[in-house]
Design a protein around this ligand. Sequence first.
Ligand SMILES: NC(=O)c1ccc[n+]([C@@H]2O[C@H](COP(=O)([O-])OP(=O)(O)OC[C@H]3O[C@@H](n4cnc5c(N)ncnc54)[C@H](O)[C@@H]3O)[C@@H](O)[C@H]2O)c1
Length: 361
Amino acid sequence: MYYKLFLPEGKFNFASFIYILLKDLYYLFMNTTRFERLRSSKVLVTGAAGFIGANLCEALLELGSIVVGLDNFATGHEKNIKSLKNYPNFSFIKGDIRDLEDCRRACEGVKYVLHEAALGSVPRSINDPITSNDVNVGGFLNMLVAARDTGVHRFIYAASSSTYGDSKILPKVEEEIGKPLSPYAITKYVNELYAENFKTTYGLDTIGLRYFNVFGRKQDPDGAYAAVIPKFVQLLIKHESPMINGDGTFSRDFTYIDNVIQMNLCAMVTENEEALNTVYNTAFGARSTLNELVTLLKEYLSVYDATIADIEIQYGKERKGDVPHSLASIDKAVKLLEYTPQFDIKKGLKDAIQWYWENLN
Ligand SMILES: NC(=O)c1ccc[n+]([C@@H]2O[C@H](COP(=O)([O-])OP(=O)(O)OC[C@H]3O[C@@H](n4cnc5c(N)ncnc54)[C@H](O)[C@@H]3O)[C@@H](O)[C@H]2O)c1
């Protein structure tokens, strides 16, 4: 049920306000106590200098976990781990998941692995499928072997919504996937197959999180393979006109980073046997078209600079390998992992835009 803060006649809805406040406080309290047990647990986060990895490290350090970060800076940045180095519980290994010895060293004494390191981006994998495969499949396998050999308790990994491929079913439910549409999607699906096999063959517990278009602080706006939200935000801040591939009617379940953090923590603490050795959609569970997204970006950025509201949007050709629509069912995660995402696209974008305004300007 969605509670509106303003009634149709424009009056402030006090009852809704109290409900939303109490709900938020309840979830804050429940999640804080639930994740308390991660205090002092040793966690390896691979891809720690990347967008999602760095955010996960920070959240875990705030909870009091002992965090080891691993990254080779292929697409990650030193600036993402700079503030993490202020925490005494953080250590960093510069290493490559394609090197088994680096993986073994990083897994030493670790209870949980959050495996985020990979080469993201569908177009990158189309341009260079071999490197994407080496990192995303070869590196993934190295990490599983290292986790198995060092006695890791649970291996949680970044899977992807791209695994739904050409399936037209909406919303996407975990058990119904289509054929992959890109080399990247193949690599992410192979990860799921390997993870399942490492349970049946070696007894390693795993959980795969199929991320849906994640956005938020620390996401890289630069480069040919940048994700749409940070790229468009950066262009709009510079008063440049963003270009939408296609007519803007394609839709995505844009997922704020704090929902993704919560999902990872849920996967770490669950004691529900039924919840292990499977995959979960990691999303908010609502979709927006690219046209709607750009409208929101312009609206929220124009709070900082009113002229941004007048910037024109350009439209270009559709991109190869892009699926038209994506929307997750999050029922499985809600039921088995007690996942309760707190950020819809609007709430997430407001936070993200404030961060970009302060950090890109
Ligand atoms: N961002 C999304 O919307 C999204 C969606 C679906 C899945 N994912 C997956 O989530 C994970 C994190 O994505 P992200 O958005 O933070 O990307 P990112 O590029 O910001 O982070 C990936 C990190 O992995 C590191 N890395 C790459 N190759 C490596 C190697 N050989 N050895 C060690 N480190 C290496 C990079 O340097 C980078 O810091 C990836 O596995 C990605 O495929 C992301």
